[in-house]
Design a protein around this ligand. Structure first.
Ligand code: MG
Length: 168
């Protein structure tokens, strides 16, 4: 059975929303990454690039897989020791970052640099997802969100080669 692309995209977008991530939050991360390189950048352009990243099947697959694991961890339905690893967001686990890498490079390798940077600084929604307050588990989601923003920022940079100097 082949899942229709439209269904997969709807589900991925719905899951992001349900887990507290709006497309505007993603657009703001793109703005954060690109504002020093593109003078007249506005949120609408950032949003357009986010939407383009979200239309890619490999991105949708990463979103539904990562969020599903976060939800199962919240419901304590994973086998040990994976249950505890995801629940405490164990720093040496690393598979959350690996899954997110399938998103990072969809628009070229600048995505990789953007991803490393945003993961370190954790602006906007990323700080919220990383707060580890309350019962919610966002072990996979934080990396997915950073990766979507990084990929969208790369697409934006590639679309405006005369305006953006990515080597700055
Ligand atoms: Mg993580």
């Amino acid at each position: 059975m082949v899942i229709k692309g439209e269904t997969l995209e709807q589900k991925a977008r719905q899951l992001l929303k349900e887990r507290g991530v709006e497309v505007e939050d993603l657009a703001e991360l793109v703005m954060f990454l690109q504002k020093s390189y593109i003078d007249d950048l506005d949120l609408a352009a950032c949003l357009e690039n986010v939407n383009s990243v979200l239309s890619k099947r490999e991105v949708q697959n990463a979103i539904i897989t990562g969020i599903q694991l976060d939800i199962l961890a919240e419901k304590k339905q994973l086998l040990q020791p994976l249950q505890e690893i995801l629940e405490v967001d164990e720093g040496l686990y690393g598979i959350d970052e690996i899954l997110a890498l399938s998103i990072v490079n969809v628009y070229g390798s600048i995505g990789f640099t953007n991803y490393g940077y945003i993961d370190k600084v954790k602006p906007g929604i990323l700080a919220k997802l990383n707060s580890h307050e309350g019962p919610q588990v966002h072990t996979f989601l934080d990396d997915i969100v950073g990766a979507i923003a990084a990929a969208a920022a790369s697409r934006l940079a590639h679309s405006q080669p005369d305006k953006s100097d990515i080597t700055k």
